[in-house]
Design a protein around this ligand. Sequence first.
Ligand SMILES: O=C(O)c1ccccc1N[C@@H]1O[C@H](COP(=O)(O)O)[C@@H](O)[C@H]1O
Length: 220
Amino acid sequence: MAHDPASGARGVKICGLTEEAGFDACITHGADWVGFVFFDRSPRCVTAAQAHALSARHTGGPARVGLFVHPDDETLARVLEGVSLDILQIYASFERATEVRARFGVPVWLSQPVSARADLPAHCPAGVERLLIEPKPPASATRPGGNAQQLDWGLMKGWMPTFPWMLAGGLNPANVAQAVAITGAPAVDVSSGVESAPGIKSPDAIARFIQNARSVTFSA
Ligand SMILES: O=C(O)c1ccccc1N[C@@H]1O[C@H](COP(=O)(O)O)[C@@H](O)[C@H]1O
């Protein structure tokens, strides 16, 4: 079932799907990844059964990504029993990410919070398939992502990692092309920026986001 963008094509992930119209729009408009949030402090939180029901609406297509914040093994095992996930996107340490990959045998993406150029990672830990470059959340935030908070893209100029990565945080249909033009992101991830209300996706915004993300080329 896993699908990865063709070589050179910009990958697009739509995260935080909770309802049918949003999921169907991802299929119709060719998202590369769809994300289900398993974090109870998110307005996008779903159960494994809800994610399974949405995922079952279409066979194939985008890879299914499960998002977890500092998950324990029990949580991961319970969710994976209820829904088939192609990728685990986790908020955790390098060591924990490597451990999760080894224990569950599912590809792992790891979030890297960034607020200064020095935070940009120099390497990707063994066993981690992709790093997500996201803004460091403010101390007052109740969750580490999904806050519509934008990274200072300028601090990424000239940063050219050789490992797979993805840009997230505060992206929307109106700014994604500029974000890609500045950062050269090979893949982008969005949640709040394609919603009509917290947790409810806008099919129209999904269509525009995917189109605009792929409309721009990057020259270093
Ligand atoms: O979406 C959430 O609610 C969420 C909760 C906890 C951790 C991460 C979360 N979302 C991730 O953050 C990015 C950026 O979100 P946004 O576009 O700024 O709203 C999102 O794509 C998810 O990967």
